[in-house]
Design a protein around this ligand. Structure first.
Ligand code: KIV
Ligand code: ZN
Length: 528
Protein backbone atom coordinates (compact mmCIF):
# COMPACT_ATOMS: atom_id res chain seq x y z
CA UNK A 1 0.00 0.00 0.00
CA UNK A 2 1.48 3.37 -0.96
CA UNK A 3 1.38 5.37 2.23
CA UNK A 4 3.42 8.52 2.87
CA UNK A 5 7.10 7.65 3.03
CA UNK A 6 8.64 8.45 6.38
CA UNK A 7 11.10 10.82 4.69
CA UNK A 8 12.87 11.18 7.97
CA UNK A 9 16.40 10.22 7.00
CA UNK A 10 17.75 13.74 7.09
CA UNK A 11 15.35 15.15 9.70
CA UNK A 12 15.63 14.30 13.34
CA UNK A 13 12.53 12.67 14.75
CA UNK A 14 11.66 14.24 18.08
CA UNK A 15 9.88 12.35 20.85
CA UNK A 16 6.49 13.56 22.07
CA UNK A 17 5.22 12.51 25.49
CA UNK A 18 1.64 11.32 25.60
CA UNK A 19 -0.13 12.36 28.79
CA UNK A 20 -3.45 10.56 28.99
CA UNK A 21 -6.19 12.16 31.06
CA UNK A 22 -9.08 9.79 30.26
CA UNK A 23 -9.36 8.92 33.94
CA UNK A 24 -9.46 12.57 35.05
CA UNK A 25 -10.63 15.06 32.41
CA UNK A 26 -12.28 12.24 30.42
CA UNK A 27 -14.19 11.06 33.44
CA UNK A 28 -15.55 14.60 33.88
CA UNK A 29 -17.64 13.90 30.77
CA UNK A 30 -21.32 13.84 31.81
CA UNK A 31 -22.43 10.28 32.52
CA UNK A 32 -18.93 8.79 32.11
CA UNK A 33 -18.26 7.94 35.74
CA UNK A 34 -16.22 4.81 36.31
CA UNK A 35 -15.84 2.65 39.38
CA UNK A 36 -12.45 1.80 40.84
CA UNK A 37 -12.12 -1.58 39.19
CA UNK A 38 -12.94 -0.05 35.81
CA UNK A 39 -10.39 2.73 36.31
CA UNK A 40 -7.72 0.16 37.09
CA UNK A 41 -8.65 -1.82 34.01
CA UNK A 42 -8.28 1.29 31.85
CA UNK A 43 -5.00 2.27 33.55
CA UNK A 44 -3.54 -1.16 32.75
CA UNK A 45 -4.68 -0.85 29.14
CA UNK A 46 -3.13 2.63 28.91
CA UNK A 47 0.15 1.26 30.24
CA UNK A 48 0.07 -1.52 27.62
CA UNK A 49 -0.76 1.08 24.95
CA UNK A 50 2.45 2.91 25.83
CA UNK A 51 1.31 6.27 27.18
CA UNK A 52 4.01 8.12 29.13
CA UNK A 53 1.87 9.65 31.85
CA UNK A 54 -1.51 8.56 33.22
CA UNK A 55 -3.45 11.28 34.99
CA UNK A 56 -5.35 8.93 37.27
CA UNK A 57 -7.74 11.37 38.93
CA UNK A 58 -8.35 14.36 41.17
CA UNK A 59 -7.70 12.92 44.63
CA UNK A 60 -9.37 15.72 46.62
CA UNK A 61 -12.63 15.29 44.67
CA UNK A 62 -13.84 12.28 46.70
CA UNK A 63 -12.48 9.46 48.87
CA UNK A 64 -13.16 7.14 45.96
CA UNK A 65 -11.08 9.28 43.59
CA UNK A 66 -8.28 9.31 46.13
CA UNK A 67 -8.34 5.54 46.52
CA UNK A 68 -8.48 4.96 42.76
CA UNK A 69 -5.39 7.15 42.20
CA UNK A 70 -3.63 5.45 45.10
CA UNK A 71 -4.37 1.98 43.78
CA UNK A 72 -3.33 2.85 40.22
CA UNK A 73 -0.10 4.35 41.58
CA UNK A 74 0.59 1.04 43.31
CA UNK A 75 -0.03 -1.05 40.20
CA UNK A 76 1.31 0.87 37.20
CA UNK A 77 5.07 0.56 36.78
CA UNK A 78 5.98 1.76 33.29
CA UNK A 79 4.19 5.14 33.18
CA UNK A 80 4.28 8.17 35.43
CA UNK A 81 1.09 8.42 37.48
CA UNK A 82 -0.23 11.93 38.09
CA UNK A 83 -2.79 13.29 40.53
CA UNK A 84 -4.42 16.68 39.96
CA UNK A 85 -4.59 19.40 42.62
CA UNK A 86 -5.67 23.01 42.87
CA UNK A 87 -3.06 25.33 44.37
CA UNK A 88 -4.45 24.61 47.83
CA UNK A 89 -2.67 22.93 50.69
CA UNK A 90 -5.22 20.18 51.30
CA UNK A 91 -5.48 19.37 47.58
CA UNK A 92 -1.74 19.09 47.13
CA UNK A 93 -1.30 16.98 50.27
CA UNK A 94 -4.01 14.63 49.10
CA UNK A 95 -2.53 14.36 45.58
CA UNK A 96 1.00 13.88 46.96
CA UNK A 97 -0.22 11.12 49.26
CA UNK A 98 -2.26 9.44 46.49
CA UNK A 99 0.67 9.10 44.04
CA UNK A 100 3.28 8.26 46.71
CA UNK A 101 3.55 4.57 45.78
CA UNK A 102 4.01 5.22 42.07
CA UNK A 103 7.26 4.23 40.38
CA UNK A 104 7.21 7.67 38.74
CA UNK A 105 4.87 9.94 40.73
CA UNK A 106 3.75 13.32 39.44
CA UNK A 107 1.64 16.04 41.03
CA UNK A 108 -0.18 18.30 38.59
CA UNK A 109 -1.17 21.63 40.12
CA UNK A 110 -3.26 24.25 38.41
CA UNK A 111 -4.39 27.82 38.99
CA UNK A 112 -6.54 29.93 36.69
CA UNK A 113 -4.73 32.90 35.14
CA UNK A 114 -7.12 34.59 32.68
CA UNK A 115 -8.67 37.92 33.60
CA UNK A 116 -12.20 36.49 33.64
CA UNK A 117 -11.19 33.71 36.05
CA UNK A 118 -9.05 36.04 38.19
CA UNK A 119 -11.87 38.54 38.59
CA UNK A 120 -14.95 36.35 38.78
CA UNK A 121 -13.85 32.94 40.02
CA UNK A 122 -10.80 33.45 42.20
CA UNK A 123 -11.26 37.16 42.97
CA UNK A 124 -7.49 37.57 43.13
CA UNK A 125 -5.06 40.11 41.74
CA UNK A 126 -2.24 39.11 39.38
CA UNK A 127 0.43 39.09 42.12
CA UNK A 128 -1.75 36.84 44.28
CA UNK A 129 -2.18 34.39 41.39
CA UNK A 130 1.59 34.23 40.95
CA UNK A 131 2.08 33.67 44.68
CA UNK A 132 -0.56 30.92 44.83
CA UNK A 133 0.99 29.19 41.81
CA UNK A 134 4.55 29.40 43.12
CA UNK A 135 3.54 28.25 46.62
CA UNK A 136 1.53 25.41 45.10
CA UNK A 137 4.47 24.19 43.01
CA UNK A 138 6.86 24.48 45.97
CA UNK A 139 4.53 22.52 48.23
CA UNK A 140 4.04 19.84 45.55
CA UNK A 141 7.83 19.56 45.24
CA UNK A 142 7.98 18.54 48.93
CA UNK A 143 6.01 15.40 47.90
CA UNK A 144 7.46 14.60 44.47
CA UNK A 145 10.30 15.60 42.14
CA UNK A 146 8.07 15.70 39.10
CA UNK A 147 5.65 18.64 39.26
CA UNK A 148 3.50 19.88 36.42
CA UNK A 149 1.84 23.28 36.48
CA UNK A 150 -1.17 24.42 34.43
CA UNK A 151 -2.31 28.04 34.14
CA UNK A 152 -6.01 27.25 33.66
CA UNK A 153 -7.65 29.15 30.78
CA UNK A 154 -4.16 30.00 29.49
CA UNK A 155 -5.45 30.65 25.99
CA UNK A 156 -7.51 33.61 27.24
CA UNK A 157 -4.73 34.97 29.45
CA UNK A 158 -2.78 38.12 28.55
CA UNK A 159 0.48 36.85 27.05
CA UNK A 160 2.92 38.92 29.17
CA UNK A 161 1.16 37.81 32.36
CA UNK A 162 1.11 34.20 31.17
CA UNK A 163 4.87 34.38 30.52
CA UNK A 164 5.40 35.81 33.99
CA UNK A 165 3.45 32.97 35.64
CA UNK A 166 5.19 30.30 33.57
CA UNK A 167 8.62 31.69 34.39
CA UNK A 168 7.80 31.89 38.13
CA UNK A 169 6.54 28.31 38.37
CA UNK A 170 9.56 26.94 36.51
CA UNK A 171 11.77 28.85 38.94
CA UNK A 172 9.74 27.30 41.80
CA UNK A 173 10.43 23.78 40.49
CA UNK A 174 7.82 22.82 37.86
CA UNK A 175 9.40 20.59 35.21
CA UNK A 176 6.36 20.57 32.89
CA UNK A 177 4.28 23.62 32.04
CA UNK A 178 0.96 22.78 30.50
CA UNK A 179 -0.86 25.47 28.52
CA UNK A 180 -4.57 24.62 28.56
CA UNK A 181 -7.10 25.83 26.07
CA UNK A 182 -9.63 25.18 28.81
CA UNK A 183 -12.71 26.34 26.95
CA UNK A 184 -11.67 25.21 23.46
CA UNK A 185 -11.56 28.80 22.22
CA UNK A 186 -8.24 28.89 20.40
CA UNK A 187 -7.58 28.33 16.71
CA UNK A 188 -4.40 26.58 15.51
CA UNK A 189 -2.39 29.61 14.33
CA UNK A 190 -3.21 31.48 17.54
CA UNK A 191 -2.45 28.55 19.84
CA UNK A 192 0.87 27.90 18.07
CA UNK A 193 1.73 31.61 18.35
CA UNK A 194 1.08 31.46 22.10
CA UNK A 195 3.47 28.52 22.50
CA UNK A 196 6.08 30.34 20.40
CA UNK A 197 5.62 33.47 22.49
CA UNK A 198 6.42 31.46 25.62
CA UNK A 199 9.46 29.86 23.96
CA UNK A 200 10.72 33.34 23.09
CA UNK A 201 9.75 35.30 26.19
CA UNK A 202 10.23 32.95 29.15
CA UNK A 203 13.96 33.02 29.92
CA UNK A 204 14.01 29.68 31.81
CA UNK A 205 11.64 27.83 29.44
CA UNK A 206 14.42 25.39 28.46
CA UNK A 207 14.23 23.97 32.00
CA UNK A 208 10.68 22.64 31.44
CA UNK A 209 8.71 20.61 28.94
CA UNK A 210 5.89 22.57 27.31
CA UNK A 211 2.62 20.70 27.17
CA UNK A 212 -0.60 21.27 25.20
CA UNK A 213 -4.05 20.55 26.65
CA UNK A 214 -6.86 21.33 24.23
CA UNK A 215 -10.61 21.09 24.53
CA UNK A 216 -12.79 20.49 21.54
CA UNK A 217 -15.56 23.09 21.79
CA UNK A 218 -14.86 24.33 18.26
CA UNK A 219 -13.77 20.92 16.99
CA UNK A 220 -10.14 22.11 16.93
CA UNK A 221 -8.55 20.22 19.81
CA UNK A 222 -6.44 17.89 17.66
CA UNK A 223 -5.50 20.62 15.17
CA UNK A 224 -4.46 22.89 18.04
CA UNK A 225 -2.41 20.11 19.64
CA UNK A 226 -0.55 19.42 16.38
CA UNK A 227 0.06 23.16 15.89
CA UNK A 228 1.47 23.28 19.44
CA UNK A 229 3.91 20.47 18.66
CA UNK A 230 5.21 22.36 15.63
CA UNK A 231 5.64 25.42 17.83
CA UNK A 232 7.68 23.60 20.47
CA UNK A 233 5.33 21.59 22.76
CA UNK A 234 6.73 18.17 23.61
CA UNK A 235 3.90 16.78 25.72
CA UNK A 236 0.31 16.37 24.57
CA UNK A 237 -2.60 15.87 26.95
CA UNK A 238 -5.40 13.84 25.47
CA UNK A 239 -8.03 11.18 26.08
CA UNK A 240 -9.18 7.95 24.48
CA UNK A 241 -12.08 8.59 22.08
CA UNK A 242 -11.69 12.33 22.82
CA UNK A 243 -13.75 11.88 25.96
CA UNK A 244 -14.00 14.88 28.27
CA UNK A 245 -15.92 17.86 29.58
CA UNK A 246 -18.49 19.31 27.15
CA UNK A 247 -17.23 18.59 23.61
CA UNK A 248 -14.31 16.63 25.04
CA UNK A 249 -10.52 16.73 24.90
CA UNK A 250 -8.10 16.11 22.04
CA UNK A 251 -8.42 12.46 21.01
CA UNK A 252 -5.27 10.43 21.67
CA UNK A 253 -5.84 8.13 18.71
CA UNK A 254 -6.20 11.04 16.28
CA UNK A 255 -3.03 12.80 17.42
CA UNK A 256 -0.97 9.62 17.42
CA UNK A 257 -2.21 8.49 14.01
CA UNK A 258 -1.73 11.97 12.52
CA UNK A 259 1.90 11.89 13.66
CA UNK A 260 2.38 8.36 12.35
CA UNK A 261 0.58 8.85 9.04
CA UNK A 262 2.16 12.23 8.26
CA UNK A 263 5.68 11.51 9.55
CA UNK A 264 7.34 13.20 6.58
CA UNK A 265 5.56 16.45 7.39
CA UNK A 266 5.52 15.95 11.17
CA UNK A 267 8.84 14.41 12.26
CA UNK A 268 7.75 13.42 15.76
CA UNK A 269 7.36 10.06 17.43
CA UNK A 270 5.41 8.63 20.36
CA UNK A 271 5.76 5.44 22.38
CA UNK A 272 2.22 4.34 21.52
CA UNK A 273 1.68 0.82 20.18
CA UNK A 274 -0.95 1.91 17.67
CA UNK A 275 -2.18 -1.67 17.15
CA UNK A 276 -3.75 -1.48 20.61
CA UNK A 277 -5.86 1.60 19.80
CA UNK A 278 -8.95 -0.25 18.62
CA UNK A 279 -9.09 -2.46 21.72
CA UNK A 280 -8.68 0.39 24.21
CA UNK A 281 -11.22 2.51 22.36
CA UNK A 282 -13.71 -0.34 22.71
CA UNK A 283 -12.85 -0.83 26.36
CA UNK A 284 -13.36 2.85 27.23
CA UNK A 285 -16.59 3.02 25.21
CA UNK A 286 -17.94 -0.05 26.89
CA UNK A 287 -17.00 0.96 30.44
CA UNK A 288 -18.23 4.53 30.13
CA UNK A 289 -21.22 3.63 27.93
CA UNK A 290 -20.22 6.46 25.59
CA UNK A 291 -19.76 5.16 22.07
CA UNK A 292 -17.76 7.21 19.55
CA UNK A 293 -19.96 8.51 16.75
CA UNK A 294 -19.87 6.25 13.63
CA UNK A 295 -17.90 8.81 11.60
CA UNK A 296 -15.37 9.46 14.39
CA UNK A 297 -11.84 9.48 12.93
CA UNK A 298 -9.73 6.34 13.54
CA UNK A 299 -12.11 4.44 15.83
CA UNK A 300 -15.63 5.16 14.54
CA UNK A 301 -17.53 2.25 13.04
CA UNK A 302 -17.31 3.83 9.58
CA UNK A 303 -13.72 5.08 9.80
CA UNK A 304 -12.53 2.40 7.39
CA UNK A 305 -15.81 1.55 5.65
CA UNK A 306 -16.12 2.34 1.95
CA UNK A 307 -19.67 2.63 0.73
CA UNK A 308 -19.51 4.30 -2.65
CA UNK A 309 -19.05 2.07 -5.71
CA UNK A 310 -16.28 4.29 -7.11
CA UNK A 311 -14.37 4.08 -3.84
CA UNK A 312 -14.87 0.33 -3.57
CA UNK A 313 -13.60 -0.14 -7.11
CA UNK A 314 -10.53 1.99 -6.40
CA UNK A 315 -9.88 0.12 -3.16
CA UNK A 316 -9.92 -3.21 -5.01
CA UNK A 317 -7.25 -1.98 -7.42
CA UNK A 318 -5.09 -0.42 -4.74
CA UNK A 319 -6.15 0.26 -1.14
CA UNK A 320 -4.09 3.46 -1.04
CA UNK A 321 -6.48 5.11 -3.52
CA UNK A 322 -8.93 5.87 -0.73
CA UNK A 323 -7.26 4.72 2.45
CA UNK A 324 -4.49 6.78 4.02
CA UNK A 325 -3.94 4.40 6.94
CA UNK A 326 -3.74 0.66 7.18
CA UNK A 327 -6.57 -0.51 9.48
CA UNK A 328 -4.18 -3.12 10.87
CA UNK A 329 -2.03 -0.28 12.23
CA UNK A 330 -4.81 0.74 14.61
CA UNK A 331 -5.61 -2.85 15.51
CA UNK A 332 -8.60 -3.39 13.26
CA UNK A 333 -8.22 -7.01 12.18
CA UNK A 334 -7.96 -7.81 8.49
CA UNK A 335 -10.22 -10.84 8.49
CA UNK A 336 -13.59 -10.50 10.13
CA UNK A 337 -14.90 -14.04 10.45
CA UNK A 338 -13.01 -15.95 13.05
CA UNK A 339 -13.97 -18.68 15.42
CA UNK A 340 -16.74 -21.23 15.75
CA UNK A 341 -18.15 -23.84 18.07
CA UNK A 342 -15.17 -26.17 17.65
CA UNK A 343 -12.46 -23.58 18.20
CA UNK A 344 -10.33 -24.20 21.24
CA UNK A 345 -8.89 -22.12 24.05
CA UNK A 346 -5.60 -21.65 22.20
CA UNK A 347 -7.35 -20.23 19.12
CA UNK A 348 -9.29 -17.82 21.31
CA UNK A 349 -6.13 -16.65 23.08
CA UNK A 350 -4.40 -16.13 19.75
CA UNK A 351 -7.28 -14.13 18.32
CA UNK A 352 -7.54 -12.02 21.46
CA UNK A 353 -3.85 -11.22 21.22
CA UNK A 354 -4.26 -10.27 17.56
CA UNK A 355 -7.06 -7.94 18.64
CA UNK A 356 -4.77 -6.26 21.19
CA UNK A 357 -5.97 -7.99 24.40
CA UNK A 358 -3.64 -9.66 26.87
CA UNK A 359 -5.56 -11.87 29.30
CA UNK A 360 -4.11 -13.80 32.21
CA UNK A 361 -5.00 -17.50 32.61
CA UNK A 362 -7.97 -16.87 34.88
CA UNK A 363 -9.40 -14.21 32.58
CA UNK A 364 -8.87 -16.47 29.58
CA UNK A 365 -10.75 -19.29 31.30
CA UNK A 366 -13.69 -16.97 31.92
CA UNK A 367 -13.57 -15.61 28.37
CA UNK A 368 -13.45 -19.14 27.00
CA UNK A 369 -16.48 -20.21 29.02
CA UNK A 370 -18.44 -17.21 27.76
CA UNK A 371 -17.21 -17.89 24.23
CA UNK A 372 -18.45 -21.49 24.37
CA UNK A 373 -21.81 -20.33 25.74
CA UNK A 374 -22.14 -17.90 22.85
CA UNK A 375 -21.01 -20.47 20.27
CA UNK A 376 -23.89 -22.68 21.39
CA UNK A 377 -26.33 -19.92 20.44
CA UNK A 378 -24.56 -18.46 17.44
CA UNK A 379 -22.90 -20.30 14.55
CA UNK A 380 -20.33 -17.71 13.57
CA UNK A 381 -18.35 -15.79 16.15
CA UNK A 382 -17.03 -12.50 14.81
CA UNK A 383 -14.26 -10.32 16.23
CA UNK A 384 -16.88 -7.92 17.55
CA UNK A 385 -18.45 -10.79 19.53
CA UNK A 386 -15.08 -11.61 21.09
CA UNK A 387 -14.43 -7.96 21.91
CA UNK A 388 -17.86 -7.76 23.47
CA UNK A 389 -17.10 -10.76 25.71
CA UNK A 390 -13.92 -9.08 27.01
CA UNK A 391 -15.66 -5.72 27.41
CA UNK A 392 -18.41 -7.40 29.38
CA UNK A 393 -15.91 -9.08 31.68
CA UNK A 394 -14.27 -5.71 32.38
CA UNK A 395 -17.61 -4.19 33.28
CA UNK A 396 -18.46 -6.81 35.87
CA UNK A 397 -19.12 -5.27 39.27
CA UNK A 398 -19.53 -7.34 42.40
CA UNK A 399 -22.91 -8.77 41.48
CA UNK A 400 -25.83 -9.07 43.85
CA UNK A 401 -28.49 -9.93 41.29
CA UNK A 402 -28.45 -12.17 38.26
CA UNK A 403 -31.18 -13.01 35.75
CA UNK A 404 -32.19 -16.66 35.87
CA UNK A 405 -34.92 -16.51 33.23
CA UNK A 406 -37.12 -14.02 31.38
CA UNK A 407 -40.31 -14.97 29.58
CA UNK A 408 -42.49 -12.45 27.79
CA UNK A 409 -45.71 -12.41 25.84
CA UNK A 410 -46.43 -9.54 23.51
CA UNK A 411 -48.11 -8.85 20.21
CA UNK A 412 -51.19 -7.30 18.66
CA UNK A 413 -54.18 -7.35 20.97
CA UNK A 414 -52.35 -8.77 24.02
CA UNK A 415 -51.24 -6.96 27.14
CA UNK A 416 -47.45 -7.27 27.20
CA UNK A 417 -46.48 -9.40 30.19
CA UNK A 418 -43.13 -10.53 31.57
CA UNK A 419 -42.28 -13.23 34.07
CA UNK A 420 -38.80 -12.79 35.48
CA UNK A 421 -36.87 -15.11 37.78
CA UNK A 422 -33.79 -13.72 39.48
CA UNK A 423 -31.08 -15.08 41.72
CA UNK A 424 -29.77 -13.17 44.70
CA UNK A 425 -26.10 -14.14 44.71
CA UNK A 426 -25.59 -13.08 48.31
CA UNK A 427 -28.05 -15.52 49.84
CA UNK A 428 -28.69 -17.84 46.90
CA UNK A 429 -32.47 -17.28 46.84
CA UNK A 430 -34.47 -17.43 43.64
CA UNK A 431 -37.27 -14.87 43.36
CA UNK A 432 -39.92 -14.64 40.69
CA UNK A 433 -42.43 -11.98 39.75
CA UNK A 434 -44.62 -11.06 36.80
CA UNK A 435 -45.67 -7.65 35.54
CA UNK A 436 -47.36 -5.97 32.63
CA UNK A 437 -46.14 -2.90 30.76
CA UNK A 438 -46.25 -0.82 27.57
CA UNK A 439 -44.19 -3.47 25.84
CA UNK A 440 -42.20 -6.59 26.78
CA UNK A 441 -39.11 -4.61 27.89
CA UNK A 442 -41.20 -2.27 30.02
CA UNK A 443 -42.97 -5.26 31.59
CA UNK A 444 -39.64 -7.01 32.32
CA UNK A 445 -38.28 -3.78 33.83
CA UNK A 446 -41.26 -3.52 36.19
CA UNK A 447 -40.79 -7.11 37.33
CA UNK A 448 -37.04 -6.62 37.91
CA UNK A 449 -37.63 -3.50 39.99
CA UNK A 450 -40.23 -5.29 42.08
CA UNK A 451 -37.93 -8.26 42.74
CA UNK A 452 -34.85 -6.18 43.62
CA UNK A 453 -36.77 -3.47 45.47
CA UNK A 454 -34.80 -0.82 43.57
CA UNK A 455 -36.76 1.74 41.61
CA UNK A 456 -35.15 3.66 38.78
CA UNK A 457 -36.18 6.06 36.04
CA UNK A 458 -35.08 5.02 32.58
CA UNK A 459 -33.34 8.01 30.98
CA UNK A 460 -31.79 6.48 27.90
CA UNK A 461 -32.07 3.19 26.03
CA UNK A 462 -29.95 2.18 23.04
CA UNK A 463 -30.01 -1.03 21.06
CA UNK A 464 -27.14 -1.83 18.77
CA UNK A 465 -26.40 -4.93 16.68
CA UNK A 466 -22.85 -6.02 17.45
CA UNK A 467 -22.40 -7.83 14.15
CA UNK A 468 -24.53 -8.36 11.06
CA UNK A 469 -26.60 -11.46 10.34
CA UNK A 470 -29.85 -12.78 11.73
CA UNK A 471 -28.22 -14.40 14.74
CA UNK A 472 -26.28 -11.21 15.60
CA UNK A 473 -25.98 -10.28 19.24
CA UNK A 474 -27.91 -7.25 20.41
CA UNK A 475 -26.14 -4.84 22.74
CA UNK A 476 -28.38 -2.77 24.97
CA UNK A 477 -26.96 0.22 26.84
CA UNK A 478 -29.17 2.15 29.19
CA UNK A 479 -28.89 5.08 31.54
CA UNK A 480 -31.09 5.12 34.62
CA UNK A 481 -31.58 7.64 37.38
CA UNK A 482 -31.65 6.63 41.01
CA UNK A 483 -31.36 9.07 43.93
CA UNK A 484 -30.47 11.85 41.46
CA UNK A 485 -27.48 9.82 40.24
CA UNK A 486 -27.17 8.65 36.65
CA UNK A 487 -25.94 5.07 36.26
CA UNK A 488 -25.27 3.13 33.08
CA UNK A 489 -25.96 -0.51 32.39
CA UNK A 490 -25.10 -2.84 29.52
CA UNK A 491 -26.38 -6.22 28.43
CA UNK A 492 -25.49 -8.38 25.45
CA UNK A 493 -27.43 -11.37 24.17
CA UNK A 494 -28.74 -12.90 20.97
CA UNK A 495 -32.19 -12.19 22.48
CA UNK A 496 -32.82 -8.46 22.76
CA UNK A 497 -35.38 -8.74 25.58
CA UNK A 498 -32.82 -10.69 27.60
CA UNK A 499 -30.12 -8.12 26.69
CA UNK A 500 -32.46 -5.34 27.91
CA UNK A 501 -33.12 -7.16 31.18
CA UNK A 502 -29.38 -7.77 31.67
CA UNK A 503 -28.67 -4.06 31.13
CA UNK A 504 -31.08 -3.09 33.89
CA UNK A 505 -29.68 -5.72 36.25
CA UNK A 506 -26.16 -4.44 35.49
CA UNK A 507 -27.29 -0.90 36.40
CA UNK A 508 -28.97 -2.15 39.59
CA UNK A 509 -25.81 -4.03 40.64
CA UNK A 510 -23.89 -0.81 40.08
CA UNK A 511 -26.34 1.17 42.19
CA UNK A 512 -25.88 -1.34 45.02
CA UNK A 513 -22.06 -1.34 44.66
CA UNK A 514 -21.95 2.48 44.67
CA UNK A 515 -24.14 2.67 47.80
CA UNK A 516 -21.95 0.07 49.55
CA UNK A 517 -18.79 1.97 48.62
CA UNK A 518 -20.30 5.22 49.89
CA UNK A 519 -21.28 3.57 53.15
CA UNK A 520 -17.81 2.12 53.54
CA UNK A 521 -16.05 5.45 53.07
CA UNK A 522 -18.49 7.18 55.42
CA UNK A 523 -17.93 4.57 58.11
CA UNK A 524 -14.15 4.97 57.66
CA UNK A 525 -14.76 8.61 58.52
CA UNK A 526 -12.83 9.97 55.52
CA UNK A 527 -13.28 13.72 55.56
CA UNK A 528 -11.77 16.22 53.18
O1 KIV B 1 -8.87 22.21 30.85
C1 KIV B 1 -8.15 22.54 31.80
O2 KIV B 1 -7.77 23.69 31.99
C2 KIV B 1 -7.77 21.50 32.73
C3 KIV B 1 -6.70 21.83 33.71
C4 KIV B 1 -7.03 21.38 35.07
C5 KIV B 1 -5.39 21.29 33.24
O3 KIV B 1 -8.24 20.38 32.65
ZN1 ZN C 1 -9.14 20.10 30.64
Amino acid sequence: MARESTGTSEQQVQPIRIFDTTLRDGEQCPGASLNRKEKIEIARALEALGVDIIEAGFPIASPDDFEAVQEIAGIIRRCSVAGLARCMEKDIQRAGEAVRRAEKPRVHVFCATSEIHRKHKLKRAEEEIIKMSVDGVKLARTFVEDVEFSPEDASRTELPFLAEVVSAVIEAGASTVNIPDTVGYSIPTEYAAMIRYLVEHVPNIHKAVISAHCHNDLGLAVANSLAAIEAGARQIECTINGLGERAGNAALEEIVMALKTRQARLPYSTNIDTRKIYAISHLVASLTGIQPQPNKAIVGKNAFAHESGIHQHGMMQNAATYEIMNPLDVGIPASKLVLGKHSGRHALRQRLEQLGYQLDDQQLTEAFERFKGLADKKKEIFDEDIISIVDDMSRTVSKVWEIDSVQTTAGTGVIPTATVRMRNLQDGTLLQDAATGDGPVDAAYSAIQRITGITVRLRDYKLNAITSGKDAQGEVTIEVESDSKRIRGRGVSTDIIEASAMALVDAINRIIATAEQQQKTESQGVTL
